[in-house]
Design a protein around this ligand. Sequence first.
Ligand code: SF4
Ligand code: SF4
Length: 272
Amino acid sequence: MVQLKQRIIRKCKSMGVPMVGFASSERWDQPPFQPWIPEEFRPRAILPEAKTVIVLGMPVTLPVVETAPSIAHHQLYKTVNELLDQSTYLLSNYLNVMGYGSMFVPRDGYGHLSLLKDKPIVFFSQRHAAFLAGLGTFGVNNVLLTKEYGSRVRFGSVFTAAEIDPDPIMEGELCIRCMRCVKVCPVKALPGQGYPRGLTDKEACARRNLYLLERYEAPCGLCIKVCPIGEDRELFNRKDMTIYDDGEARHEALHRAWRHVQSYGSGPHTHA
Ligand code: SF4
Ligand code: SF4
């Protein structure tokens, strides 16, 4: 099975997927904290044969996230989701051909954002899967933070009958409780106590995202933009967090660039 794990990792790299983690499906039945995921949302309730959940992670590019809300960020979100769904689907087929019954779980388990307004949950939580597969820890912004990309990463999963050595769950916390995510949220959806004590006001978040969707600017992404965690900050020379503070004359060029991108290709509907 070590060999199979290496083959899967190589397959993911060849598809351009930089993050891969493995969790035994039993982990869902050993709650690491409360409140935990109800039984019908767990892998073995959805696919009884599932022994392992393979979680794939793809980054959302920091300089694009910085333009949010914008058409560039909107398109990036769609592109990453599509690539993730394609990758998890192809990986599940790869395993099926080898004789291990497998299924992909789509990145976004809802048909339209409006459905989340009244029922803001989906049939399987990708961020909990990523946590159990050792890819990161939860932040005050209620999403998973990773060493590599902070919370600027999206996850998709494959359930498989193959029994593969799980990766260790990450210990400690990556979140430094700077509260930037709490302060930046325009609808005050983050209570600030951290996960799982301070849960996101999902209805308020969904309402803001619905408004942005009408303008081709969803998702909001502000709370993941300002998170200081992630090695991507070094790559893009974005370690100085004052770049996001208004009125910082030193960073006027960056703010001008973001305003430029925000000014074109999105906004209120104008078609009759
Ligand atoms: S996505 Fe936007 S609205 Fe939702 S919690 Fe983050 S900052 Fe707030
Ligand atoms: S912005 Fe700060 S408080 Fe919020 S998740 Fe990131 S490190 Fe934690």
